[in-house]
Design a protein around this ligand. Sequence first.
Ligand code: GLY
Ligand code: MN
Ligand code: MN
Length: 443
Amino acid sequence: MKPNDLDPVQHGARRARLAQAMQGGVAVIPTAPERIRNRDTHYPYRFDSHFYYLTGFPEPEAVLVIVAGAQPKSLLFCRVKDEERETWDGFRFGPQAARERFGFDESYPISDLDTKIADLLGDQPALHYPVGADPAWDARAMGWLNAVRAKARAGTSAPERVHDVRALIDEMRLVKDAHELDVMRRAAAISAVAHQRAMQAARPGRYEYELEAELLHEFRRSGAEFPAYWPIVAGGANACVLHYVSNDAMLRDGDLVLIDAGCELAGYASDITRCFPVGARFSGAQREVYELVLAAQAAAIATVRAGSGWNEPHDAAVRVLARGMLDLKLLSGTLDAALEKETYKRFYMHRTGHWLGLDVHDAGDYKRAGKWRTLAPGMVLTVEPGLYIRAADDVPERLRGIGVRIEDDVLVTGNGCEVITAATPKRIADIEALKREAIRNAG
Ligand code: GLY
Ligand code: MN
Ligand code: MN
């Protein structure tokens, strides 16, 4: 967390909105636990996205409690100051500094949580927490409810309803506020530079992991904490493996490389895919496949605007791709039959995008009451059509082993959309110019 990424006013406003949406009751939202990698070594710590969205508080062992009502209040439970632990593990805010710095109404040591919640839940209509997210928290929540029920004869009533608080937070997270969009644009800019760096570094004889290193280096040197997901660096036919992450093959002249990579900055993901030649130029067959996917992406992006249905970008991409598959002789028959029988799925088997935000596959339903959701300003989605031609006897030989995906991050605006990853080259002429320059500079 860098200082300018902390905005207690925004986080406070989100808590107030959640308190309103709860319509009474108490919400308990824990952050993520630390996870052991082996013995004394932990995985790098990453907070829980729901918790972070509402607090901006980066430490583990912390729980947010919101009490709804006419005068809602938010309480933070966190680790206490501890000189010895801080000597070993680093700074912790402690309840008092956390309350002041992050703008909570009250704060307490994490060890007070169970007692305090059992008090707070008395005479409340509902408990809201992430139901089913973690069996340990489910058991703990039942313990709180039973502790309140035990006070029945003293005249205290226990909540009758338990709600999954994530449903309310997911709805809020779906529409990004100005602070989030600022961070997401910065994350996109870092990832755009990282992709260009990898494009410039690709040469025949280098290994996929060398390009992975370029990406990770650029992310980190720019202040991004993590990759938002492990980068896919797939040379040649490896691009036809959708979740390829071994990244250990040698890059060969004449092949394309597919890179799907994005950084996470101050909690927010970016998610970009580009394909480019290992050498200087696309071959004829690669060019045909690439231009088809690029046209499908353009058709999909053209549908992204407030009021469109979630399915419209996908349907537009599928139509262009299926038409192109017929032209390339990957499929036979008519376009209508290909669409109806979904024969295109052999070469395009995934959906065209997902919500993007704190999580790379972000919170938010895609359908509501059986209908695709309508896009609204402030929503951010990826648009990522692809074509994956695995080698097979019935596939034209010149196309075998070509895999292409092109992915951008797109913000729905009042009058259309903004491609926030547009700085990443994707026209063939621009990619080849970048490669020519890189080869010239390498001497
Ligand atoms: N990189 C993950 C995705 O594109 O969905
Ligand atoms: Mn994606
Ligand atoms: Mn991706």
